[in-house]
Design a binder for this molecule. Structure first.
Ligand SMILES: Nc1ncnc2c1ncn2[C@@H]1O[C@H](COP(=O)(O)OP(=O)(O)OP(=O)(O)O)[C@@H](O)[C@H]1O
Ligand SMILES: [Mg+2]
Length: 241
């Protein structure tokens, strides 16, 4: 059964041609009709399906459109064309620090971020210690997260996103900022989720991680689907570039 269907997705961004420094400059240009945008196509006619329980890796060079695709799957961005059908609840771990308020403490952010993921206050109270222990941030619960390192952000985000078993877990690269011990711990948790039937979509430049975890891989190149298929085959072609 398909849990995700991506149907002919395209994504266009408007890139500002010239640098505009002030709001005044912007308004003047807007009034004079001199505001030029360059259309940039980040994704072009991408289609694929993900079956329930599948572990899909998405690979490709910098700027290929991987994060843009994940944001569309998570419902954060609306595609310019095409549609996505998602058959389950999604826990997205998309950018380091996304969904956190930097001024709030780790504790407050657990409740904020947890609420965004759809967890009740009661659930979060019950699982608070588990989240903090997994993230190994017990000493930092009352510290505003703006003072966190990128690895600490990633730990907190991963711990919150994986405290329940979502139907679909989407992970974008964030694990790469964790130290190797934390990366191993995350990989074990992802493996547990795989065993329980969670569908996982993983973007990483760590090709050996992709080969270890994924059974299917999507290779994006300049926003287009270059290849899709068995992990070992697609990664082999990718490495052979
Ligand atoms: N909000 C935006 N406005 C304009 N352009 C954007 C926006 N978001 C992404 N892009 C552009 O779309 C392209 C794809 O970006 P994306 O972040 O999806 O790449 P990526 O494959 O995740 O790359 P990386 O491996 O570096 O993380 C890039 O050229 C980027 O500049
Ligand atoms: Mg990216």
């Amino acid at each position: 059964m398909d849990i995700i269907q991506v149907q002919n997705i395209s994504m266009k961004f408007n890139l500002m041609e010239e640098k505009i420094d002030t709001l005044k400059e912007y308004v003047i240009k807007l009034i004079k009709g001199k505001l030029f945008y360059n259309e940039f196509i980040a994704l072009k006619d991408v289609s694929f399906n993900v079956e329930k329980g599948e572990i899909l890796g998405i690979i490709g060079f910098n700027g290929a459109g991987k994060s843009t695709l994940l944001k569309i799957l998570a419902g954060v961005l609306k595609p310019s064309a095409g549609k996505v059908l998602v058959n389950g609840n999604v826990a997205p771990l998309i950018e380091v620090g996304a969904g956190f308020d930097p001024e709030l403490t780790a504790k407050e952010n657990i409740f904020l971020n947890g609420a965004i993921l759809g967890h009740s206050r009661k659930f979060l109270q019950e699982h608070f210690n588990e989240i903090i222990e997994f993230a190994e941030l017990s000493r930092f619960i009352n510290v505003p997260v703006k003072n966190f390192s990128s690895g600490m952000y990633a730990r907190l985000g991963f711990a919150i996103a994986t405290v329940t078993n979502p139907d679909i877990l989407i992970v974008d690269e964030v694990l790469s900022v964790g130290d190797y011990l934390f990366q191993e711990k995350c990989e074990r948790r992802i493996q547990e989720m795989i065993d329980k039937g969670t569908t996982i979509i993983l973007v990483s430049h760590d090709i050996s991680l992709i080969e270890r975890l994924c059974n299917k891989v999507v290779w994006l190149e300049y926003g287009q689907l270059k290849e899709i298929g068995k992990a070992e085959l697609v990664t082999k072609h990718y490495k052979g570039v």
